[in-house]
Design a protein around this ligand. Sequence first.
Ligand SMILES: [Cu+2]
Length: 150
Amino acid sequence: MSVSKPSRRKLWIILVVVVVAVIVVASVAFITRLTTFAPPAPSGPNVTIWNGTFCSDSGNCGYVPTVKNVTTGTTVTWTNTGGMPHTVTTCDSAHYSSAGCPAQDAAGLDSFTSGPIDSGKTFSYTFTTTGTYYYYCTPHPWMRGEIVVQ
Ligand SMILES: [Cu+2]
């Protein structure tokens, strides 16, 4: 049985290569995740949408600032500085879930959605009614923000 020994050795080599590849990919993903930080908040009535290499949870993508206070009549502009499309979609805070916001209303306030905002693009909305507007990103429901209109 001289055939079984080399083939068993080949299987071991393939196994080791696969295990090493998995460890390398996992390490790169972990390090990338650790080195992802939110950018500084922009000045004025602006919100930055950001993401790192991944957008797998609220630690590597989101809105800055998360909570923005403005006065009635203010036009807020969101700028997507990330490399993937995001949305600004209103939601009642009571309807947030891991699946997103199925109801998509804003507790009696204006409801709106930007649709996909591509990388480098902006979306603006003028708030005319006081209240707290909760919003999220439809493809990444863990991205959440609030506009407090006073
Ligand atoms: Cu998103």
